[in-house]
Design a protein around this ligand. Structure first.
Ligand code: SF4
Length: 478
């Protein structure tokens, strides 16, 4: 995957993508603002959510052990996975032991993060996504581009084409004469998926939360497909990031108020499923929980960055981000796009590992809209700046970058009064070339030749003033 600036340039050239994104994020933003405004104590809820997450993270080891004991007591098998490989191996082994060659999946970021579908395919097991947007992405052989609405970059006409072209290759074909009416598209997906729900012996899910005191996993969703996966198959495997734990049910109460309003702009999500272990004769008879680290303890060790582990994956930060709205999610090269992706990926993987990950903390204008929208008050701009400094530290030592050379030159000029005076004289000459009028009426320079063009290709460069402050001071004193 190319670094963010290269991937973003490609995305920016796609006008259809920008239109689809602007329409979708604008609609969700409006709905969210309306339902958040209904809650007088919204700020108190945000503070409570942040405090619960912070306190839990501080004693994460204890809460995880409590969760493990409660899950075991209720008949679940608990597996610990240090990384993606270990987690995928556990799920593949369970599938093999039960002789299944297909599983149905509840939408889950954790399983995408670890590349579970691809890993299962290597073992001859097909994983079917059952969330409508995930189904569109899967049938279109595409990548998700939004946390909540993975197919946000597709419009209705494109979805109809994907269904007509691909559904037959994956099971029940699309109905004859399918139009791009949303109800018809949803109906086609329902018929297609129903066959899979009724056939599958094994399901894979994630969890939005895991309540430690009772060993309960929680999934919130809008379509009911999750509930079908969680109740019909005989075997259920849930892959759960270790940061999903909340100590008690009263803690969960806060997040069930914050999440739906922030994500879909609803007062309450249509389906909330909770399950604790197994019950003879009712629902899955075998339950496995894979507790996944995959870089989370690395993020936890970062004193500023650890606040990213509060994230409840609502996607509110994506919908308000001016960078995300123009580039879409694919440019971030990860299942976690947008502002949260720009901090979570480097925190999970570590900085200095590859150029693409190191480019992400720069994928922001630092406008702060993400922090305002975040229901658990993650100060994303603070973490971005912190990670930028870590990227700079990690890249010290190699050949100097143009930016570093420019900074060194600026430092050399600014640290000596005589050199500064000469530079000021040169700048006042440049004033004459400022013929463009910038917003606000200020004069601006045209594009500079390389390497200055690296700056002016994407930014306005105000013309320097006719006279420097020091020259003005000398003249006025006389
Ligand atoms: S960072 Fe905050 S706003 Fe963004 S997805 Fe996570 S919880 Fe939601």
């Amino acid at each position: 995957m190319p670094a963010f600036p290269a991937a973003a340039r490609e995305a920016l050239a796609d006008t259809q993508l920008r239109r689809n994104l602007a329409h979708a994020t604008g609609t969700i933003r409006g709905k969210r603002a309306a339902v958040v405004a209904e809650v007088a104590e919204w700020e108190e809820l945000r503070l409570a959510g942040a405090a619960i997450k912070d306190n839990t993270l501080r004693r994460l080891d204890e809460h995880l052990l409590t969760l493990e004991a409660a899950l075991r007591a209720r008949g679940a098998t608990v597996h610990w996975a240090r990384d993606a490989r270990e987690a995928c191996d556990v799920v593949a082994r369970i599938a093999r032991e039960h002789g299944v060659d297909e599983v149905v999946k509840v939408k889950s970021m954790a399983t995408q993060e670890i590349g579970l579908n691809e890993a299962l395919a290597e073992h001859g097991v097909t994983a079917w996504e059952t969330d409508l947007a995930e189904l569109i992405v899967q049938l279109g052989d595409d990548l998700p581009s939004h946390i909540l609405v993975p197919a946000i970059h597709r419009n209705r006409a494109e979805i109809r084409e994907i269904f007509r072209r691909e559904m037959a290759t994956a099971g029940r074909p699309a109905p004859e004469g399918l139009t791009d009416d949303p109800a018809e598209l949803a109906g086609a997906a329902r018929l297609h998926l129903r066959e899979k729900f009724l056939r599958a012996k094994m399901a894979v899910s994630g969890a939005n939360f895991a309540v430690a005191e009772s060993g309960t996993l929680v999934v919130v969703e809008s379509e009911g497909n999750g509930r079908m996966c969680l109740t019909l198959p005989e075997v259920l495997v849930s892959v759960v990031g270790i940061e999903k734990v909340v100590p008690t049910w009263s803690d969960l109460d806060v997040f069930l108020q914050l999440l739906p309003r922030s994500s879909t702009g609803e007062r309450m999500n249509p389906y909330t499923s909770t399950w604790s272990g197994t019950t003879p004769g009712d629902g899955p008879q075998e339950m496995h929980v894979v507790l996944l680290d995959n870089g989370r303890t690395r993020a936890l060790a970062d004193e500023i960055g650890r606040q990213a582990l509060r994230c409840i994956r609502c996607s509110a930060c994506l919908n308000v981000c001016p960078v995300y709205e123009r580039t879409g999610g694919h440019a971030y090269g990860s299942v976690y796009p947008g502002p949260i992706g720009a901090i979570l990926n480097p925190l999970l993987k570590g900085v200095g590992v590859d150029e693409q990950t190191d480019s992400l903390p720069y994928a922001s204008s630092l406008c702060g809209a993400c922090f305002e929208a975040c229901p658990v008050r993650i100060d994303i701009p603070e973490v971005l700046v912190h990670l930028r400094s870590r990227v700079v530290d990690a890249q010290r030592g190699g050949p100097p970058k143009p930016e570093a050379v420019a900074m060194k030159a600026a430092s050399w000029v600014l640290s000596d009064a005589r050199r500064l005076g000469l530079a000021e004289r040169g700048l006042s000459l440049a004033h004459r070339f400022g013929r463009r009028v910038l917003p606000g009426g200020r004069r601006g320079l045209s594009r500079l030749p390389w390497p200055g063009s690296l700056w002016t290709n994407a930014r306005d460069l105000p013309a320097p003033p006719r006279e420097s402050f020091r020259a003005w001071w000398r003249r006025e004193k006389r």
